[in-house]
Each structure stands twice: as C-alpha cells, then as structure tokens.
Design a protein around this ligand. Structure first.
Ligand code: MN
Length: 717
C-alpha cells in the first residue's frame, strides 16, 4: 500500500502547487471512515482507495481528482455523507465523489452485459465531469488487479465480463491505452485462461527460437535511420496476449511470425520526421503490400495517431513498424489525461486534426482556460449529451434522444407498447406522459388494449420512431373516416339517380381515376378529390342534367349519429364519427341557428348557417351537402364565435361603451375590426364568444339600447 508521504510526494513531483494539507487530510479521512472494513484479500479496505489514487498519479492528474479517488467509496460504504465531505474538502470534491458514487449505484442496478454498448454510454452520460470517469476506470483497474481474491467463481466471471465489455472499451474510447490493455489482460485470465496460457507458451517458443533477434532488429533499424541523419528512438515491444488472441479470433489466423507478436516502434520529434522515416524504411527495405496504415493524417476515433507499416526488416524477417512523435506516443497511452499534461508542462500546441467532437470541445476549453487547473474542472462530457438512457422495470437499458417522454420510451420498446400506452410510472411514481425523462430513470408503461395513439402526443414526442408511428396511425384513422364519408356520398349520388347502389358498378371508375380498389374510390370522394357528379358521369354516361338542388336527399341521422358521439367536443349531430369538423368563418354559426355541413376538399366538414351566401357555390354539388343539426342534449357548454356589424357615433368613449355593454352581458370579444370610418360615424365588425344564438340576440338588443350606437346587425357572409 502506498504510504501517505509517498502519495503526496508523487503528486508534488508533477504539480508543485498541489494542496499538500488537503491531500494529507483526505488520506487520513479515508483510513478513519473505512476503519476496520476488510477487503476480500484480507487487506484493510482503505488500501483500495489509496491504490486507486496511486494509479491516477501515473496519469498526473490534479489534486481534486487524487482526493476524489481517496474518498470515492466513503459515501457508498461508510457513514460519511456528501455534506460531510463538502464541509471538509469543499464543494468541488463533494460533487466529484458524489458522481463516482452514482456510477457505482448504477452498476448495481443493471448487470446485463448484452447492453454493454448502451451501458458504457450511460456511464459517460452520467459522468458530467471527465474526472469522475477517470476515477471510475482506475477503481475498476484496481478491483481487477485484486480480482483473484474473490472466492465465488461466478462473481469473478461477472466482473471480468463486465470489464471486457464495458470498461476496457470505455478506456479505449477515451484513449487511455494503458488502462485498456491491462483491463483486458486481467479479464482474459478470468474468462479464458486456457487460451491465454496457450498464447503465452507460443510466445515463449517464438522468443526462444528468435533468441536476441529483436535486439538485432532494433539495432539494425537504428543504424539505418541514424545514417540518414535522423534522431530516432527505436524499441521492440511484445504485444499483449489478449490483443494477439483477438486478432486470431477476428481474422481466423495463426501466429507464427515475429510480426505477429512484436511491434517495433520508431519515435521521432515531429510529424515531418515521421514521413521522413517512412520514406527511408520503404527505400531500404521491401514493403509488404496491404499493411500500410496512416493514422496520422486520419487518426482513429479515439484520437490514436501513428503510422503502421510492415516490411521485410534487417534480419530478413517480416516486421511491423509503428512510427510516431513523442507527443503522439504519450497521447496514445493515456488519452485525455495527456492533453492536460501537455498544456501544463510543455505548452505544446495540439494538433487539430480530426478528433472526437467532444474531445475538441475539451481542447477549446483548454485553450480558453487561463489556469491549466481549470481544464479538467470545467470539462463536461458532451459525448452523449444528445441522448438519455433509461431502464425498463426488468433492468433493460433503453437509449433515447434527449428530451424524450415516456411515450418515446414506449415506442422504443415496441410499436404495440406505444400504441396502447395510457400512462407511465417513472421511478415508481405515476407521471404524465409528457414528462421529460432523465438519465437513469426507471420507466414503467401502463397499457390498455383499447387505447389508440393520441394526436396530441405528436406535440411532445422527440424520437423519430414515436413520431412516425403516431402519424401513421392518424393517417390511417383519417383515411377510414374519409372512406366512410365517401361511401355515403356514393350511395347518395346513386339514390339521386334512383339507381340501386351496388359496389360492383364502381369497376369502370377504377380505371378512369387510376385507382386500386373501391376503398380508394370512396377515399377520393371523401376527401373531395372527386365529386359524386363525376362518379355518376362515368357510370351512367349521358344522363347529365337530371339532378338539381331540390333532389338533395339527406343522409339519415340515425346511421351516423350516436355511436361515437363523445368523441366530438362540439355539439353537432349528423357528422361521420371522428370526421374533422370546423365552423365556417363567413357566417359563424351559433347553437340555435339552422345549419348545414359541406364536405370540403381535404378538410372534412365545414358548418354553415343555412342562409349563408357561400352556400350558392355548392349548389351544383349536392352530394357534398350533409344534413346536420345542433345536439341540444349535449350539456357540455362550448363557446362559439358570433359576428356582428355595428355602426356607431364617432365620439369619445363610444368604443368603451360598446365593449362594456358586451362584457356586462357575458360576451367575450374575440376580435374587433374597424371596417369604415367617416367624420361622424364608424362601422366595425366584432367577433364575440357566445353560448348560442339566443345569447348573441341578447347582446344585440343591449347594444341597440345604447344611444351612441346607431345600428347593430348580425353579420352574414
Ligand atoms: Mn472502489
């Protein structure tokens, strides 16, 4: 176990301004709070946080991160609270420790490895400070180093699998190669020790056979390159058993050559020299085709940079050579942490080649920060900020776009679940469907077989899947309505010709209108694309002019009324159930008025008063007329807009007198337009919300009693 002085000295060696006192207090605090707790190894528990802190000093991280490592298990495993830590170590460290604690709790919630990809995204999304993630990775690394002390094989296997599928890829993703390699190899021991042993045996054999060939090759390469005047460092490094194994698994190859197990590295001062070395090697040695990779001009996703090439080397062996700068080399090993170090120690400008979007954002913060210590402090992980991760009651992890609601969640589970969703419980509580979900929420969807998607959901869903499913449903529902309406239009048109209606008669129409089936014919009548007149012209050619407006036969009310009446908030009878309906802007029908419905292209039914001038336009298309009436039994009071035209004296106070009269009679002015103005009078149109025609008549009577008003009429057309 790292002693207190050693730890502090390590930190001071790379950060002379570190808060020594605070480090010392954290060291003592963790020993005191963990007290007599013991690890599976038999060591005192506090040896674990101290070792984790030690691992992070290798990445040369700031004091706050080192202290967070020392305290990372105190909230979870001891009586210490976030408040206590804040009191002793300040708010910054309290937030960091709390962040690591949350990640640990998340681990307990779901150990489903099939969700590995999502789970690692969740970890990143929940770590709103990159230091939280770095502590978590170091924590896992130390736990893996001591994994063999755990007795239960199933537990060891579960932890190793999780490491292989979640933590090693995560370390790779943020570019900390040294963590990744070690995590993988420790997990490999647990998961497939036989395979690992066989690779080690093979490595031993190849090493023995090659004797000091590696050293000779290193010498040979060095001499060649020095001759051409380049200052280079050359080394040969054995690849890790797990990376050899992975290559064998992926490419189905055996390994027998040096190039399979040793990576030779040439490290130089700058990028120009990298290409210089490459040119020299390719000039002096034969290059093996198809093995050349330039990760300098095109870095890997995790920002790894290097040139790889395979040549027949100085000892006539096939070898792989990796060429990189010193800076790239450091970055490749420790990722994000390297950027911080470089800024702090060398002040070297960073290459702005293609990097992760979020990594670039890290660097921008780095550029802006006046004090290098601010870098990690103000770093937020933006990598998955456009996503939110939630759990199903069974612990399945569902990833959704940020801003998603329980409805999005339901559709992400299955379209059927979305379609039949009626409510939701988030973290065990009944919650409105429009609630915005947060990372780590557990969502339970309540369903009912009879439920159908609500068009209002469209206003708050954000996922494409939910949106398109809802739209599809609404379109289908609308289509069904138009088909029903179109069918009644067709029947009515036949009756007007005193012909019996048979569906078969529609056959010739399909060809003329280029449609698939009779439903399409009904649909095109229902949405107003074609008229009943046009239909009849095709079926009974030469029988024109037999009809006129007097032949209108109303659709019987009983047929369409009733069954789904509650769906309409509006009190109109005689509509097709579910049919879109609105009131005409020309005549503003009010309850009590005699009314008629007109089927309008693509807009459903428009309600006019029976004496509205607009109706003349529809005289020639009687099949579009619907006989409708007010449903007086409907006791839901809904306000309608009535329009009046007022002529009044042009004098002070006239306007306020009219508005107060309307208000006194419980009318609500919706709109007021001055139509005409002369010196003595002006004329205006007023839209008023009223209950029915009687209400409007009362208001008109009250206005007429006002001396400043010369005339008031209900406006039509
Ligand atoms: Mn721990």
């Amino acid at each position: 176990m790292l002693r207190q002085v050693e730890l502090v000295e390590r930190v001071l060696s790379y950060d002379p301004h570190a808060d020594e006192d605070l480090l010392n207090r954290a060291y003592v605090f963790t020993i005191k709070t963990h007290g007599s707790q013991v690890r599976a190894s038999g060591d005192p528990y506090f040896s674990h946080p101290i070792e984790v802190a030690g691992i992070l000093t290798e990445l040369k991280l700031d004091t706050a991160t080192i202290i967070t490592a020392l305290l990372h298990d105190t909230i979870e495993d001891t009586v210490a609270s976030k408040e206590e830590i804040e009191l002793n170590f300040g708010p910054e460290i309290a937030v960091l420790v709390d962040g690591v604690t949350k990640l640990s709790q998340l681990e307990l919630q779901s150990d489903r490895t099939k969700q590995a990809e999502n789970f690692s995204k969740l970890l990143v999304a929940m770590s709103n400070d990159i230091r939280v993630l770095l502590v978590k990775l170091a924590d896992r690394l130390h736990n893996m180093r001591t994994l063999h002390f755990i007795d239960k094989p199933e537990k060891r296997k579960r932890i190793a699998t999780e490491t292989m599928e979640i933590y090693a890829p995560l370390a790779e993703r943020i570019g900390i190669q040294s963590f990744r390699d070690e995590l993988e190899d420790l997990a490999f021991v647990e998961l497939n020790n036989e395979a690992r042993k066989s690779i080690l045996r093979r490595l031993e054999y190849l090493r023995a056979e090659g004797e000091d060939v590696v050293a000779k090759i290193v010498e040979g390469l060095k001499n060649e390159l020095n001759d051409s005047g380049l200052q280079v460092e050359v080394s040969g490094r054995e690849k890790r058993p797990y990376s050899i194994w992975r290559k064998m698994e992926q490419k189905n190859v055996t390994f027998e050559q040096l190039s399979d197990i040793i990576a030779f590295r040439v490290v130089v001062a700058n990028v120009e020299q990298c290409y210089h070395v490459l040119g020299n090697l390719h000039a002096k040695f034969s290059m093996v085709p198809g093995r050349f990779k330039d990760y300098i001009s095109t870095p890997k996703r995790n920002n790894y940079q290097s040139i790889h090439t395979t040549i027949i080397g100085p000892e006539r062996q096939r070898i792989e050579v990796q060429i990189r700068t010193r800076e790239m080399h450091e970055t490749n090993e420790i990722g994000v942490a390297a950027h911080w170090q470089y800024k702090q120690q060398l002040g070297t400008p960073l290459s702005d080649s293609q990097q992760y979007r979020w990594l670039r954002e890290l660097l921008e913060i780095l550029e802006d920060a006046s004090d290098p210590d601010e870098f990690l402090e103000h770093t937020k992980l933006n990598m998955y900020q456009d996503q939110v991760f939630c759990f199903s009651p069974k612990g399945d992890l569902i990833s959704l776009p940020a801003g998603s609601s329980p409805v999005d969640f339901a559709y992400a589970v299955h379209t059927r679940v979305g379609d039949t969703c009626v409510g939701s419980k988030v973290n065990g509580r009944m919650t409105p469907l429009r609630t915005v979900l947060k990372n780590g929420d557990q969502v339970e969807i309540l369903r009912s077989k009879n439920q159908t998607p609500s068009p209002t959901w469209e206003n708050f869903v954000v996922s494409g899947k939910a949106r398109s499913a809802i739209r599809r449903f609404i379109r289908q529902q609308q289509r069904d309505q138009y088909i029903e309406l179109g069918k009644s239009i067709a029947e009515k048109s036949f009756r007007m010709h005193s012909k019996p209606f048979v569906e078969k008669a529609l056959a010739p129409v399909l060809k003329v209108w280029d449609l698939e089936n009779t439903d399409d014919v009904y649909y095109s009548l229902g949405d107003g694309t074609h008229t009943g007149r046009q239909l009849l012209d095709i079926i009974f050619p030469g029988e024109r002019n037999k009809t006129d407006k007097e032949n209108v036969v109303p659709i019987s009310k009983s047929k369409t009324g009733g069954k789904k009446k509650h769906e309409h908030a509006v009190p109109i009878r005689g509509l097709i159930p579910g049919m879109a309906m609105h009131f005409a802007g020309c005549c503003h029908p009010l309850p009590g008025d005699r009314i008629v419905g007109i089927v309008t292209t693509g807009r459903g039914v428009t309600i006019h008063t029976i004496d509205c001038d607009t109706l003349e336009q529809f005289a020639e298309v009687p099949e579009r007329w619907l006989d409708v009436s007010w449903d007086t039994k409907n006791d839901e009071v809904s306000l309608q807009v009535g329009r009046i035209s007022v002529v009044m004296a042009n004098e002070p106070g006239a306007l306020s007198s009219i508005t107060s009269t309307i208000a006194a009679n419980s009318g609500n002015i919706n709109n007021l337009v001055i139509a005409n103005r002369s010196q003595d009078f002006f004329e205006m149109r007023v839209d008023i919300e009223v209950r029915d025609v009687k209400h409007l008549t009362n208001i008109i009577a009250a206005l007429r009693a006002d001396p400043v008003i010369s005339s008031v009429e209900r406006a039509t057309g």
